[in-house]
Design a protein around this ligand. Structure first.
Ligand SMILES: [Zn+2]
Length: 479
């Protein structure tokens, strides 16, 4: 009897130890505290609430977005692998994001609609679809909840009303409802360095009627003659729309509660968007902190410059595919850098990543199809790989471990076992081509190749076959 009880005790103790070790290992850099911290979940059941600032859907998803959301995907997958139950919420900004951080200027969505000569609703729908198509190509998981700002207008109005009742707001005639940042003693704590600039209005400019340069719009009124397509009535005006920041507070509270574990975004969101999310959320709920871990991604440059349409270095996933690259080779390229470092994208760097991706695929083909249990050496590789990821997402080190493992004298079956585990995070897409619907570009290449064959242009047909092979599609001709 005592033996059985002791056995049960040992079993539970062992399980508890494993859980503890698993959940003790994750570390993340926190912008709020400016240091790498040990990660703790929401509760003892390992639940983790995660909110990622989503895309403003007024134009095409580009390389910079692809990198940010791919490395968010690595974060979510790493947390889940470590045993956390992640609830992943990501918004779609389809209203209220103005071209300037200064609460003035045109709404990006209305601007996009004019540019493409379509309705603002069509623009939003089209670029949202393009965003998810791009995410799928990169192997990124869909969020558990994807929420559009335009479908949460009531929640945003309710939050502004709550702030009004608590005395944090004021009205600027013919402009909107503003948040009074002087009512908070710790406004700007996410980034105290930039607060001086903000206060002087250098970075964001000053709207007439603002009590403090750092005050920001919660609800905007339509300007005379503006004729917006997206418009709502509110307690403050007949025709208006939400400010950009309020959507993230309202929707994260609705789906994840008043305090959340992790919030991600680009570093450009630190001084204004995220600073204001903190201010309005903590003012409304009185609960501090709104977010425990702020995770920020650094920028992607292209050929050493900021991406922009005017410089001609604005590229999408279709540009990548059209130039004969596999999106998962791009994923590998992103994994070779750290999310907190700036990355400089060049087509040469993608070319090198594509070669590495193909080399790894060839190695994988030599490992057979039978997975076997891990030896002590295999377990060491496993630990090195996941420890790197759990140490503030050191993806480059994790990728390096894949190569050391692949070139080691570990038995093939063990290499296969390890690679399958690693690929749960890496998502390099080897051997997945048969399951994937060919993209528009691939379909077009196949058609072009058929036409070339019909004209007996074998040189062109072969070149197109190679292009398709680089995209992971093997062409087999039949009679
Ligand atoms: Zn946001």
């Amino acid at each position: 009897m005592i033996g059985i009880l002791f056995g049960i005790f040992i079993t539970f103790f062992f399980r508890w130890m494993v859980q503890m070790l698993q959940s003790m290992s994750m570390h993340l850099y926190n912008t709020l505290t400016r240091q790498i911290e040990q990660f703790t979940p929401n509760d003892s059941n390992n639940n983790v609430s995660l909110y990622a600032c989503g895309l403003t859907v007024y134009d095409y998803t580009h390389l910079g977005h692809l990198r940010k959301y791919t490395l968010d995907d690595v974060l979510v997958r790493t947390l889940r692998h470590a045993g956390y139950k992640v609830k992943f919420v990501q918004n779609i900004t389809d209203v209220g994001h103005l071209v300037s951080d200064a609460d003035e200027g045109e709404d990006k969505l209305e601007k996009g609609a004019k540019k493409y000569n379509k309705s603002v609703w069509d623009i939003a729908k089209e670029f949202e679809e393009y965003f998810f198509k791009s995410m799928d190509s990169m192997g990124n998981l869909r969020p558990d909840i994807s929420c559009r700002a335009t479908e949460h207008i009531e929640a945003q109005i309710a939050l502004v009303k709550k702030l009004e009742e608590k005395g944090f707001t004021y009205k600027i005639e013919n402009d909107g409802i503003y948040f009074d940042t002087s009512k908070l003693t710790d406004y700007g704590k996410l980034n105290p360095q930039s607060l001086g600039d903000l206060k002087e209005g250098e970075r964001i400019g000053v709207v007439a009627g603002k009590k403090n340069p750092t005050d920001f719009a919660l609800w905007k009124f339509e300007r005379p003659g503006e004729n917006r397509q997206m418009i709502w009535s509110s307690p403050w005006s007949e025709r208006g729309f939400p400010g950009w920041h309020i959507e993230c507070s309202a929707m994260s509270m609705q789906y994840l509660g008043e305090q959340i574990a992790i919030h991600t975004g680009g570093i450009d969101h630190i001084p204004v968007h995220h600073t204001n999310e903190i201010a309005q959320s903590e003012a409304a709920t009185g609960k501090v902190p709104f977010v425990r871990y702020w995770v920020h991604h650094n920028h992607l440059q292209v050929d050493g410059e900021k991406m922009s349409k005017s410089l001609g270095n604005f590229f999408t996933i279709d540009d990548v595919i059209e130039r004969g690259f596999n999106p998962r080779a791009l994923r590998l390229l992103f994994l070779q850098g750290h999310y907190r470092d700036q990355m400089n994208f060049t087509w040469d760097s993608l070319s090198a990543a594509q070669k590495a991706w193909e080399r790894l695929n060839r190695l994988l083909q030599t490992w057979g199809s039978e997975q076997v249990g891990l030896s002590a050496t295999g377990i060491r590789f496993q630990r090195t790989f996941f420890t790197a990821l759990e140490d503030d997402l050191k993806t480059a080190q994790a990728v390096a471990t894949v190569w050391v493992m692949a070139k080691s004298d570990l038995p093939d079956g063990e290499k296969l076992t390890l690679f399958k585990q690693f690929d749960e995070i890496l998502q390099l897409g080897f051997g997945a081509e048969s399951k994937v619907e060919p993209s528009d570009v691939v379909r077009r290449l196949i058609t072009e190749r058929e036409q070339a064959r019909n004209k007996s242009d074998w040189k062109l047909a072969d070149a197109l076959r190679e292009k398709l092979a680089a995209l992971g599609h093997r062409v087999v001709d039949s009679k």
